[in-house]
Write a protein that binds this ligand. Structure first.
Ligand code: 13P
Ligand code: SF4
Length: 317
């Protein structure tokens, strides 16, 4: 394929990304919250669990992780020999940031004899203090595999922790963290939408608050919500998670209507994760072209963090 040193249109960028990908044996992975333009060119799209599983099994030399930083870090920890690039290094996660490693260490120390479960939306340093990592796609399954009397601390997402406690009957001690997108969805606004669309089913991510979980027809990870919508027979859905998922929902279920839930504040795009949306086609191209924004995890942290991630993969096979 002919090289184009100055791609400017979307078509030219797509062609250059394709060429570079083949030349460098790279794999482009994308989370469901990515911009449509990125989901369109990705080799693999998934929820956090699927992205971790795919990273662990790929034979590509380079992974371009189109998502947020912890997703790139998880891939790097699982595949230290590979180069993991992120299109925009500022793509963080408010939930991961709500769990400072030094504070989490004190929380762990204050609960001796507890198994430490951390959501994958955490820094490598928090994972290094953890016994088992979970995602929203396997948290219930993993907690249910532990003995009923096992004492557990769970962080950082309080809403997900409450959800897992409610469905498993456990009393995990919860860290008080939250995601700035999911924690802001308003029960009143969604109840109003439901009155306007009585046929619609309500799909809720477990990072949303408990009252929203309680009115949901389905609570689940992004992949679980997609799966539910593709097998269910309702004509319409109110989707209470980041609105990027609507791209794949509409692609998978062309005959159905998907309505993005508004958040509390009508003035802002509160159903969008500003971190996820930092990645663009151009940044994917530049990352691939220059090997830009490589994820680095120090050896000692990676050595400690890989165990709870691998334990998660083994426990949810
Ligand atoms: P999923 O694992 O359900 O894709 O969620 C990731 C995430 O960041 C949710 O905000
Ligand atoms: Fe983090 Fe929330 Fe964005 Fe998910 S939606 S990546 S939890 S800030």
């Amino acid at each position: 394929m002919k090289t184009n040193p100055t791609p400017s249109t979307a078509d030219e960028l797509r062609a250059e990304i394709k060429r570079l990908k083949e030349e460098k044996n790279a794999l482009i992975m994308a989370h469901y919250y990515q911009r449509d333009e990125i989901q369109e060119i990705a080799d693999f799209i998934g929820d956090s669990l699927a992205l971790a599983r795919q990273a662990a099994r790929t034979d590509a030399d380079i992974i371009v992780m189109c998502g947020v930083h912890f997703m790139g870090e998880t891939a790097k920890i699982l595949c230290p020999e590979k180069t993991v690039l992120v299109p925009d290094p500022a793509a963080g996660c408010s939930l991961a940031d709500s769990c400072d490693p030094a504070e989490f260490e004190k929380f762990v120390a204050a609960h001796p004899g507890h198994t430490v479960i951390s959501y994958v939306n955490t820094s490598a340093a928090v994972k290094a203090l953890t016994d088992i990592v979970v995602t929203s796609g396997n948290a219930r399954q993993i907690v249910e595999k532990l003995p009923e009397d096992e004492k557990i601390i769970f962080g950082p997402d309080h809403n997900l922790g409450e959800y897992i406690n409610s469905v498993t009957g456990r009393s995990m001690v919860l860290w008080n963290g939250a995601c700035h997108v999911h924690d802001r969805f308003s029960l009143d606004k969604i109840a109003e939408m439901k009155r306007e669309h009585p046929q619609a089913k309500v799909l809720v991510h477990p990072e949303c608050r408990r009252p929203l979980q309680l009115i949901a027809d389905k609570v689940g990870s992004t992949a679980a919500l997609l799966d539910f919508a593709s097998k269910d027979d309702a004509p319409e859905y109110i989707v209470v998670t980041e609105s990027g998922i609507l791209f794949e929902m509409r692609r998978k279920c062309p005959g159905k209507r998907f309505l993005a839930a508004p958040a509390e504040d009508a003035e802002c795009q509160c159903n969008e994760c500003d971190f996820m949306k930092l990645n663009t086609l151009r940044k994917v191209y530049e990352a691939l072209r220059d090997g830009r924004h490589e994820i680095v995890v120090d050896e000692e942290t990676a050595r400690k963090a890989v165990r709870p991630i691998k334990r998660m993969l083994e426990m949810s096979e």
